[in-house]
Structures are given as C-alpha cells and as structure tokens.
Write a protein that binds this ligand. Structure first.
Ligand code: GLN
Length: 282
C-alpha cells in the first residue's frame, strides 16, 4: 500500500505536478479536488499509473493518455487517430457564430473534422445550423461520430477526401482546419506533434496544398452569399488572403487567436450578392 501523496510525489520527479494529478485522477476516476482532499488515503500501488507516468515522461500527449481534451467548454474524446483539439481552433467557432444568422437555417460544412470538435460544437452552439462534416480517415470519423453521439449533436458525417465524395449540395458556411504545417517544419519533430497523425498536421509539401484545393473548389459548394473560413499557420495569413482574393472572394476578413496571431482568414464566395441566408433553405 501507498498513499495518494506518495504516488504524486514519486510521479513529480518525472513529470510536472499538474500532469501527475491529471493522470492519477484519470486512473482513480477522481478529479483534482478529490485527490487533494484524500492525500493521505491508502491506495494500492498502481501499475497502470506507473505505466502512464512513464509514457508521459517519454513524450506521449496527456490528451491521448487520458483520452480527452477540452474544446469550447466540452470534453472531447480523442485517440491517436485524430489531431488533439487546439485552443486556437476555438476561433473558428467564434467566427462561425458571427456568420450564421439568428433563427435561420444555415447549412455548415466542416472539412477535415478529425475529432469532430468543430462540427459538434457548431451543432450544439448554433441550433439553426445543419452541420455536415467530412474526413478522409475512417478512424477519425469513428471518433467524431462517438463525440457527436455523446453530446447528442446532430451532424451528418461523410467519408471524403475534402469535397471529392460529398454529394452535390451548397452551404452557407464552409470551415476547415486543414493540415497546414510544411514538410520538414521542426515543430513536427517536437512535443505532442510527434504522436499526432502526420496527415492531420502536414500536407507533406509547402503547407498550403489543402488550403489551395479548398479555396479553388469552394465556389462549387458555397450558396449565394456563403462564407469560407480557414484556419492556417502563423506565417500563412498573407498567402491565404492572396489565394482567396485571386479566387474571387470578397469581404476578406482575418481574425487573431488568443496569442494575437492571425489564425483564421475567410471571405464571401465569388459572385455573392448582398444577401446573407435564404429564409427557408431546407
Ligand atoms: N495548429 C497546429 C500546430 O501547429 C496545426 C494544426 C493543423 O495543421 N491544422 O500544432
């Protein structure tokens, strides 16, 4: 037997204290407040915990070890099949909220949904949104479907390489957080990114392949007046703006994430008139 305090003290020699608490709370099914109140409780020395601490020490992301990551106030289930939701991606939710008019149905498409964090959050935050989400990875779609079910979110999932397998239809809003890290970017060999699906992070080229394709094809999928918004890298704001402008997008907007970085760029589809959403577009 040992105590909670002793288990935490041992783990703290290897990993940060906050992570030691998270992992022990995960193993015991308790939160940090409970652990604090039960520091002197006797517990069986736990080999699951020791193994998790060792995996964390070797660099595995906390989110994969405990199987969840918070996004926009909700805990999403994640696995190594999906990118771990990032705080900067919450920006796309905030932007979407400003574009989807109150009370009117808006068809929304999330390209490359991964864990489903964007699609599920939009379906829950915007009851007037009818959300479709695509991903090329069946395993990712499994995770996303699970998250939608867990939260009771209505999302239609389609296995598709961007637009390729999507039945013809139009959307008032298209969002994407595509893989935008350039091949050879040193970040890919650091921290959590080493354990995340490479195809969700990088296009194995200059980082703009996915964005170029989406911008080039979006006009076939946007409704009149519809908006496209893309998350992109810290150094891609000028390139993405130029791609949108060259493709005929108007009212181009750029938004900063909480770190002050221009992180989302979007605009209104080519040929868009000054109407927002049709009143009835079932
Ligand atoms: N923002 C992520 C990172 O740099 C990348 C996410 C992505 O490629 N969509 O870690």
């Amino acid at each position: 037997m040992t105590t909670i305090a002793a288990l935490l003290a041992e783990a703290r020699r290897r990993i940060p204290a906050s992570e030691a608490r998270l992992l022990l709370g995960h193993v015991l099914g308790r939160n940090a407040a409970w652990l604090e109140a039960h520091r002197d409780d006797e517990v069986a020395a736990d080999s699951d915990y020791t193994a998790l601490v060792a995996r964390r020490e070797a660099g595995e992301p906390i989110a994969y070890l405990i199987g969840v990551r918070e996004f926009y106030g909700r805990d999403f289930v994640v696995s190594p099949d999906v990118l771990i939701p990032r705080p900067e991606t919450e920006l796309l939710v905030d932007v979407a909220k400003t574009k989807v008019g109150a009370g009117r149905t808006a068809r929304v498409l999330d390209l490359g949904t991964g864990s489903g964090c964007l699609a599920v959050t939009l379906a829950l935050e915007l009851p007037q949104a009818r959300v479709t989400a695509v991903d090329v990875s069946p395993a990712a779609l499994g995770v996303a479907r699970g998250n939608a079910q867990r939260f009771g979110a209505q999302v239609e999932f389609v296995e598709s390489d961007w637009f390729a397998a999507l039945p013809p239809q139009r959307f008032e809003l298209i969002l994407a957080n595509p893989p935008y890290v350039a091949a050879g970017d040193p970040h890919l060999a650091q921290g959590d990114l080493r354990f995340e699906p490479a195809d969700a992070l990088t296009d194995h080229a200059d980082g703009l392949m996915g964005i170029r394709l989406i911008v080039a094809q979006a006009h076939d999928w946007l409704a009149e007046g519809g908006w496209l918004f893309l998350e992109h890298g810290y150094d891609q704001d000028t390139a993405v703006q130029a791609l949108l402008a060259a493709a005929g997008f108007s009212q181009i907007e750029q938004h900063r994430d909480l770190a002050g970085i221009l992180r989302a760029t979007g605009g209104r589809g080519p040929g868009a008139e000054a109407i927002v959403f049709p009143a009835n577009n079932q």
